[in-house]
Structure formats: structure tokens, C-alpha cells
Design a protein around this ligand. Structure first.
Ligand code: GDP
Length: 140
């Protein structure tokens, strides 16, 4: 299997409840290595650009407001099939539909405040990683 990198965000609902370590433990227990990580306050412009693909969706404004409502932890996770593996660990977007043991089932508050973001393809992972990290900040 190919070693891959994916981009992850621990969202404001999770940092507010002091869940960074608990979520990181799920990654590490399941073979994902945190090769870059920083806690930031996203700006409105950063959040709007990051979620630009959802611009036309009815929840876009609320989503951007939520993402700037508190600190987030942006991360690069590395491992075998990291993109798909992380999506599996995250669980469904709506925690009501998320499988047992997934991060969203364990921790999410709602379909919006769902604790984590994870890239949905290797191509998007590369774009998202480059948006938040310089190459020198990623140490594999
Ligand atoms: P993901 O890939 O599972 O994160 O889901 P999407 O790419 O479809 O949506 C991006 C993010 O928008 C989700 O993680 C939620 O935080 C938020 N979101 C998605 N659907 C809804 C919705 O119907 N209502 C609201 N308020 N937020 C949503």
C-alpha cells in the first residue's frame, strides 16, 4: 500500500471541548502519523476560500461563521491510504448517520459542528495541505 498524506482539521466545537488529544489518539491508534500540526484562528477569508466549493450551498454562511468561531487545529496525517483511512475514522458528515466508534459518532455535536474535516481525495489533500502548510513545516 502507498504511503499517503491527507489534510485534517479539528474544528472549533472540538477545540472548545478540549478534545484535541482524544481525537489525535484515534488517529495514532489507527496508524495515522501526525507529521504537521498547528493551532490557528482561521480568518473569514481563509474559511471562505477553503470551503469555496460549497459557496452555493444554503449552509455556506453558517459553516464559515462556525469555522471562525474559535481556534482550529490544522494537521497533515500520513499513513497507508491516509485519505480513505481518515474518512473511515471520521464517519458520516451527520453524526446521526455515523458508524459506532467513528470520531463524529463519538464527539460531533451536529451535522455542522461535526468535530473534524478530512480531505476527500489525494488531489484535494495536496491542495489543502499547501493552503495551510509550507513544505518545511511538514516533518515525516
Ligand atoms: P464532509 O466531507 O463530511 O466534511 O462533508 P461536506 O464536504 O459535504 O460538508 C462540509 C462541511 O459542511 C461539513 O463537514 C459540515 O461541517 C458542513 N455541513 C455539511 N452539510 C451541512 C448541512 O446540511 N447543514 C449545515 N449547517 N452544515 C453542513
Amino acid at each position: 500500500m502507498a504511503t499517503e498524506r491527507t489534510f485534517s482539521i479539528i474544528k472549533p466545537d472540538a477545540t472548545r471541548r478540549n478534545l484535541t488529544g482524544a481525537i489525535n489518539a484515534v488517529f495514532e491508534k489507527n496508524g495515522l502519523r501526525i507529521v504537521a500540526q498547528k493551532r490557528i484562528q482561521m480568518s473569514q477569508a481563509q474559511a471562505e476560500t477553503f470551503y469555496g466549493v460549497h459557496h452555493e450551498r444554503p449552509f455556506f454562511k453558517d459553516l464559515v461563521s462556525f469555522m471562525v468561531s474559535g481556534p482550529v487545529v490544522v494537521q497533515v496525517l500520513e499513513g497507508d491510504n491516509a485519505v480513505a483511512k481518515n474518512r473511515e475514522l471520521m464517519g458520516a458528515t451527520n453524526p446521526a448517520n455515523a458508524a459506532e466508534g467513528t470520531i463524529r459518532k463519538l464527539f460531533a455535536e451536529s451535522i455542522e459542528a461535526n468535530s473534524v474535516h478530512g480531505s476527500d481525495s489525494p488531489e484535494n489533500a495536496a491542495t489543502e495541505i499547501a493552503y495551510f502548510f509550507a513544505g518545511s513545516e511538514i516533518v515525516g
